[in-house]
Design a protein around this ligand. Structure first.
Ligand code: ADP
Ligand code: MG
Length: 371
């Protein structure tokens, strides 16, 4: 628990400037590189977050997630690159521009909530408004408290609240001033599993009801893919992909992203030729045309197979079931074809005879092998 509660106050929302028909951009980051002493923590980071999206940035511990949020919030000073919030540059060291954190129009939620022990729930929500001399709209605050399930607890202090309730106070406080952008730093990692799932549901519902824009960082892939309308993957300070969950699932930038975004199998194949977005590969003695990553080259490559890429078919490849798990409405089986690694396949039933399968080329994805 930090000694000083950290709060970023919200500015009244400004009218965003954007071209007609284009969704306004809540956050744009250009060429952001950051060092602490000599270690590079963020490398040439670029991203754009359209207003109204809930973005989840996934990264292991130490990958630079908190540093990125602190740079966006202005708690950490940018060294190079540019940060634009709601079409307004807030950090541009080349022009010596550094807008103070409280003037960036943000709300922040932290892992440890950072609540003041002496303030009531109501006072926590009013604090950011009062600090900015903004009128307190009691009706709006009451509605917000009800939305986060804290009605009736207005006069409690943090010590008399459960962990989940405290986390919801942190969330309501961050939303109270109508932020242009909500930043959430691993908001669910300090609570137990049951509470985490409840809070996830709250976050999802609140987002659906209020339609704010959020950047939520986490190390939990399930959380990122459940909540994110857009998902990014940060690896050692590099943003390796930033796209819709479907893009990360169907066209992952790397094997690591593929594994984070869901079940997949890998087959080593020979790439015979490639044409930018597709490639011809030889797999199990047959040539297939499959969607391909732009970095694929002729030679060895890896073919990524999601569980829907192999389908039962007469005259298909004969497969041996190496294991299967019932998933309620179907089975997730792992099959071996020839000498292949076990490959995941969705099956309606476990057949009594070894199944025969064909490749649905459009559900495969070819990635380069980095030696
Ligand atoms: P994450 O939030 O993904 O765990 P951080 O942004 O906290 O990652 O940290 C990224 C790297 O930067 C880590 O190696 C961490 O030790 C280092 N780091 C973070 N904050 C500081 C700081 N204030 N001074 C020096 N190094 C730091
Ligand atoms: Mg962190």
């Amino acid at each position: 628990m930090s000694a000083e509660p950290r709060t970023i106050f919200n500015e009244s929302p400004a009218t965003p400037q954007h071209a007609a028909g284009e969704p306004p951009c809540a956050l744009a980051i250009e060429s952001l590189t950051h060092r602490y002493t000599d270690a590079e923590v963020l490398r040439d980071l670029q991203l754009q977050l359209p207003a109204g999206e809930y973005a989840c940035l996934l990264g292991d511990s130490g990958s630079g997630k908190s540093t990125l949020l602190q740079l966006i919030a202005g708690i950490e000073r940018a060294q190079s690159g540019r940060i634009v919030i709601a079409d307004r540059p807030v950090a541009d060291p080349a022009r010596d521009l550094h807008v103070a954190p409280e003037r960036r129009g943000l709300g922040m939620v932290f892992q440890d909530q950072a609540l003041w022990p002496h303030l009531t729930v109501q006072a926590h929500l009013e604090f950011p408004l009062r600090a900015r001399r903004q009128a307190v709209d009691h009706q709006a605050l009451a509605a917000l408290l009800q939305r986060v399930g804290l009605s009736g607890l207005e006069h409690r202090r943090p010590g008399a609240l459960s962990g989940g309730q405290r986390q919801r106070v942190g969330l309501a406080r961050a939303l109270a001033g109508n932020p242009r952008l909500l930043l959430l730093d691993e908001p669910l990692s300090a609570v137990d599993t049951a509470m985490r799932s409840e809070l996830r549901t709250y976050l999802k519902r609140l987002f659906d009801e209020l339609g704010f824009t959020a950047l939520h960082v986490t190390h939990d892939p399930d959380e990122a893919f459940e909540l994110g309308t857009r998902v990014g993957v940060l690896e050692r300070g590099e943003l390796v992909q930033w796209g819709t969950p479907q893009q990360l699932y169907r066209q992952p930038a790397s094997l690591n992203v593929a594994r984070l975004s869901g079940t997949c199998g890998v087959a080593e194949v020979e790439c015979l030729e490639h044409h930018g977005t597709t490639a011809h590969v030889r797999w199990q003695g047959t040539v297939h045309e499959v969607p391909a990553h732009p970095d694929v080259r002729v030679g060895r490559a890896q073919l990524l197979l999601r569980p829907d890429a192999l389908r039962p078919a007469t005259n298909g490849l004969s497969a041996r079931i190496a294991g299967a798990r019932f998933q309620g409405d179907r089975w997730l089986a792992h099959v071996q074809i020839g000498e292949s690694e076990p490959l995941p396949v969705h099956l309606a039933e476990i057949p009594t005879h070894p199944p025969t399968l064909r490749l649905d080329e459009s559900a495969a994805w070819l990635l380069p092998i980095h030696e």
